[in-house]
Design a protein around this ligand. Structure first.
Ligand code: ADP
Length: 580
């Protein structure tokens, strides 16, 4: 064998081993997306082209075996353009363009025709023994008369693939995806372009130089192998990740139109990707109660986040309760759209409803017997002399009964809030006076505690006195409950424009930042909060609802082990007529 033939044969062998190894690595990976399958087909095609070429040259096989094997390798190079073009579409997520029948026909039909011609005639490659050329690279069959058509089709698909990948490179801002696109262009297209020159175009003019197509795929295999390991090629397949996401995800443009959807979103809405494409959310996603359909669109434009459990998906006349999380997408400091995560909360809602129902029934049923017990214990307290031995028993009984009354009242309030039947009874009252009374009552149960009241409000407040008392009591009791006996509690009152502000400060255990928002949720209690008092975790939920009903605000400022300050503001409300 000539040195050149040996080199060429060795390159063919390395190329084939590399491609088979790559195929093995690829098929061992867990995901089977279209991109992975098409790339595997691509590897199979170039392997079935390279291996016969290797056998021919290695064996110096007779002309008979050569023409047989050469026909076989047509399976590889004839199908390659269609496979690679489809792969480029899949990689750039444009596979849907193949729904166009004409385009599909152009991509696939010529391949089948050329393959048939290549196997059964000499029109593509002239495999007839008389025509075969033997030169220093081994056997070569000259191009048949239809070969230029085949080459034209092949080149057109290769150029289209470069176009698709280059367009993708330009339009994506994702650094990793850009690198992957460049790698694919360099790794696959350059060998193919050179290969078609040496193996396709030049032979037409009867020029036979080194046939580079198959050996160059060795380089390709190395580059792609490197890309798989280094640049997570095929690993980072956003579409796969999105479809494996348990929740629905939509991406929206700045006008609030749907750009893309994952499988779960399509299933929840009951529409396909193409039906959803470019649609507005209007008519698909509605707010449970109010009719502000523009809210999400407005938030997208303003680049604001939104998180709410009060939305419903409307599909086929069914209404599915969902929670939504809208997150703006920012590129170069410009809002370009948003993602909308949609979570089915039907089961959660049902569970909540049965919890609410249970709480409502239980608290209503408990109310009557507890009121009677309280009545009897009060009568008993009055009948028994304070000096008698039994008096402490009765006092203990009364204390526990009072706690029970408070707890059932809280539960009743909870179900009122949930059913929307909490009503305010507004009146004009003196807030400092109310706070002084509350502090005095709390001091009675805890005489050693230092509770300081500061500030003044010289205007009356128009609000629900009992409800505001409930909030203040809750905040001061919490301050007492969650701080050591030796520390003080400071209550500050202030007028701020047309609002009153009440601050309750303690020097207790404080609340970690991550939980500060959650403590206003019902049944929420901070992990490891130390208290020996009974607690349901609904006091702050009720308080925040009362404040919301008054169109006010409530929040907390706190640092662990430094203490907490709970603050609320409410509007002063309608003022007294000066003449009165
Ligand atoms: P409860 O006190 O009955 O558990 P709340 O709704 O009043 O319910 O409070 C919710 C949770 O917030 C409490 O369980 C506690 O963990 C935390 N919390 C409330 N007030 C304070 C405070 N002043 N200091 C520290 N933690 C507090």
């Amino acid at each position: 064998m000539d040195n050149m033939t040996q080199l060429y044969t060795a390159l063919l062998l390395v190329a084939s081993i590399n491609n088979i190894a790559l195929l093995y690595i690829l098929l061992r990976r867990p995901e089977r997306s279209a991109v992975v399958i098409l790339f595997a087909l691509f590897l199979i095609a170039i392997t079935s082209w390279g291996v016969p070429q290797f056998i021919i040259n290695w064996n110096k096989a007779g002309i008979g075996l050569y023409s047989y094997l050469d026909r076989f390798s047509a399976l590889g190079y004839v199908t390659l353009p269609a496979i690679f073009f489809t792969f480029s579409l899949a990689f750039t997520r444009k596979l849907h363009v193949l729904k166009n029948i004409l385009l599909s026909a152009y991509v696939f039909v010529p391949g089948i025709v050329f393959l048939f011609l290549s196997w059964s005639t000499n029109l593509i490659d002239n495999h007839s023994p008389e025509a075969i050329v033997v030169n220093r690279w081994g056997y070569n069959s000259p191009p048949g008369i239809y070969f230029p058509y085949f080459l034209g089709w092949l080149e057109s698909l290769m150029i289209a693939s470069i176009g698709v990948l280059a367009f993708f490179y330009r339009s994506t801002s994702h650094a990793l995806q850009r690198r992957q696109a460049i790698m694919l262009i360099v790794a696959i297209l350059i060998p193919l372009v050179f290969g078609t020159i040496t193996d396709g175009i030049l032979p037409i003019f009867n020029i036979h130089i080194f046939p580079s197509a198959v050996p160059l795929t060795t380089i390709m295999a190395i580059i792609i192998g490197y890309a798989i390991m280094r640049y997570e090629l095929f690993n980072f397949e956003p579409q796969t990740i999105l479809s494996s996401l348990g929740d629905g995800l939509l991406t929206l443009n700045t006008k609030g139109r749907i750009i893309s959807s994952n499988d779960v979103a399509e299933k929840l809405i009951g529409k396909s990707e193409s039906e959803l494409h470019h649609k507005k959310l209007y008519g698909i996603l509605e707010h449970e109660k109010n009719h502000d359909d523009q809210k999400i669109e407005r938030y997208i434009k303003e680049g604001k986040k939104l998180s709410s459990s009060e939305y419903v998906l409307v599909s086929n006349h069914k209404r599915l309760p969902v929670s939504v999380t809208l997150t703006p997408i920012e590129l170069d400091k410009k809002i370009v759209g948003a993602t909308l995560l949609i979570k089915d909360i039907k089961d959660e809602k049902k569970r909540e409803e049965s919890k609410d129902e249970f709480i409502s029934i239980a608290s209503h049923e408990l109310k009557t017997p507890i009121t009677s017990i309280k009545l009897y214990s009060d009568i008993l307290g009055k009948k028994i002399s304070q000096n008698s031995k039994e008096y402490t028993l009765v006092a203990n009984l009364q204390e526990q009964v009072n706690r029970m009354v408070l707890l059932t009242n809280d539960l009743l309030d909870l179900s009122r809030i949930r059913t929307g039947s909490m009503h305010l009874h507004l009146e004009l009252f003196d807030l400092p006076e109310l706070i002084t009374t509350i502090v005095a009552t709390i001091r009675k149960t805890d005489p050693d505690r230092i509770i300081i009241v500061k500030g003044k409000v010289d205007k009356k407040v128009y609000a629900d006195k009992n409800r505001i008392a409930q909030v203040v009591t809750n905040l001061i009791s919490n301050a007492v409950k969650y701080s050591p006996q030796s520390t003080k509690v400071i209550v500050t009152l202030k007028l701020q424009d047309s609002n009153v502000m009440v601050k309750v400060k303690d020097y207790g255990q404080g609340i970690p930042a991550a939980q500060q928002n959650k403590i206003f949720n019902r049944f929420y209690r901070v992990d490891g909060a130390m208290t020996d008092q009974p607690s349901l975790g609904i006091g702050l939920y009720i308080s925040s609802n009362i404040i919301k009903h008054h169109k006010g605000k409530i929040w907390v400022e706190s640092a662990p082990s430094k203490g907490s300050t709970f603050i609320f503001t409410i509007p002063l409300g309608r003022q007294q007529n000066p003449k009165q």
